[in-house]
Ligand binder design. Structure first.
Ligand code: MN
Length: 424
């Protein structure tokens, strides 16, 4: 299904007057509105290929209809999202779920939808049908050298596939760890993992980055071999300049101060990118900004401050991606909501009065510092986000237009009611 741009224009026409009134008011409240709108236009958030189908829990999966059955259909779905919001101009593939056989046609399809290939993700957390060795007791950490070799080779294969597509980063998340005390020698698990990562790092093209994601628990519940940002940092520091830490918002112990982690990693040039989602208990993978929008804003506030301090390009110098699972919502609607929440947090962070905040900090004026941050958070920036979409040719209200056009019903018509997205 391809969205007709006339339908987007007609939708925008109906909402235009109300939007313009809001925009005029917002611009009167936020001095730097025009530069914020431009930054929002440039900012793109990658959609992971595995988020387009309905996820599940340990207990069951309730499939939606019209889910993408192939990589081609996943690209078409991201193309639909991007047409609606012009802020989802990249797709992140997961190998082997999205193994490409015809690079030329896949690249042409992505180009047709104005999509780039973001980081490619390797998978050593499950056994593949044709693999010789099992990852039951870990992959890069495994006590068996042959199993480590197989996992290293898989990552090198993923790099090669990504390079064919024009991607320039590899994300590694390891399920490696242990479930019981005594199962692992922590130091040896670390050393094996480091050696394996070094072999993968050696295969990276010159202009590539390696993102090492951490996670405090799950699927292993006693120890995780890359458990937190400190452990990821320890590995990437030893690997070299192309290796960075990736922060997934759902991968911390409860109440971790993620904004502080982000600030320090950025300062040390070791922050690679983000996986956005929201959570109440653990790796809940809920819609970004659904539960803790203030935390999301505070994280973006540190990102903007830290990137500006280093003279970085907000749009291109870090990897921005959603990593979420949709168990009960239409995945496409959920992704539109996530992108909107991320854009709002980014716009709010851009509107913070940095000079006034610095003065308040230097004067230990705690009340003033809080007032400045909360004023930015409490100012409604949705008209700026909508204006960025309007200027890009996207919809003023993407979720409303998605429903109005009956996109899901169309996809069910094309693909059937009982489809299951590949990969999950
Ligand atoms: Mn993740």
């Amino acid at each position: 299904m391809i969205l007709d741009s006339n339908k987007i224009a007609a939708h925008n026409e109906g909402l235009y007057t109300a939007h313009k009134n809001k925009l005029v008011f917002t611009a009167s409240e936020i001095a730097q509105s025009e530069s914020i709108i431009q930054k929002l236009i440039d900012f793109q958030i990658a959609i992971p290929s595995w988020a387009l189908g309905t996820g599940g829990t340990r207990f069951g999966r309730f499939a939606g209809g019209g889910e993408p059955r192939s990589l081609e259909e996943k690209i078409e779905d991201v193309g639909l999202l991007h047409a609606l919001n012009k802020a989802s101009g990249a797709i992140s593939l997961h190998i082997p779920w999205d193994t490409v056989t015809d690079y030329k046609s896949i690249k042409a399809l992505a180009a047709q939808h104005d999509l780039k290939f973001d980081a490619v993700n390797s998978n050593t957390f499950q056994d593949q049908a044709n693999s010789e060795h099992s990852y039951k007791f870990g992959s890069l950490q495994n006590v068996n050298k042959a199993i480590r070799k197989q996992a290293v080779q898989h990552n090198i294969d993923v790099i090669q596939q990504g390079a064919e597509l024009g991607s320039n980063s590899l994300t590694i998340w390891l399920a490696d760890g242990s479930n019981f005390p005594g199962q692992l020698n922590f130091r040896k698990a670390y050393e094996n993992t480091l050696e394996s990562l070094q072999e993968i790092y050696a295969a990276l093209p010159a202009d590539w980055k390696l993102f090492l994601e951490y996670k405090c628990a799950e699927p292993n519940f006693y120890s995780t071999t890359v458990a937190d940002w400190g452990q990821s940092y320890s590995y990437v520091k030893k690997l070299g300049d192309k290796a960075k830490t990736l922060v997934d918002l759902g991968h911390h112990l409860p109440n971790a101060n993620i904004e502080q982690i982000v600030s320090i990693l950025l300062m040390d040039d070791k922050l690679g990118g983000f996986h956005f989602n929201d959570s109440k208990y653990g790796d809940d993978d809920l819609t970004a900004g659904a539960l803790k929008p203030y935390q999301l804003f505070l994280i973006f506030s540190e990102l903007v401050e830290g990137m500006d301090a280093r003279g970085m390009n907000h749009a291109t110098d870090l990897g921005w991606m959603i990593d979420a699972s949709h168990n009960i919502k239409d995945p496409m609607e959920d992704l539109l909501q996530s992108v909107e929440a991320i854009m709002i947090a980014y716009a709010q962070a851009l509107s913070v009065d940095r000079k006034a905040l610095e003065i308040a900090q230097n004067e230990n004026d705690v009340v003033k510092a809080q007032e400045i941050l909360q004023n930015a958070f409490r100012t409604d920036v949705r008209a700026l986000v909508a204006e960025a979409r309007l200027r890009s040719g996207a919809a003023l209200n993407p979720v409303a237009l998605y429903r109005q056009l009956g996109v899901r019903e169309n996809l069910i018509g094309e693909r059937g009611l009982k489809t299951v997205a590949t990969g999950l």
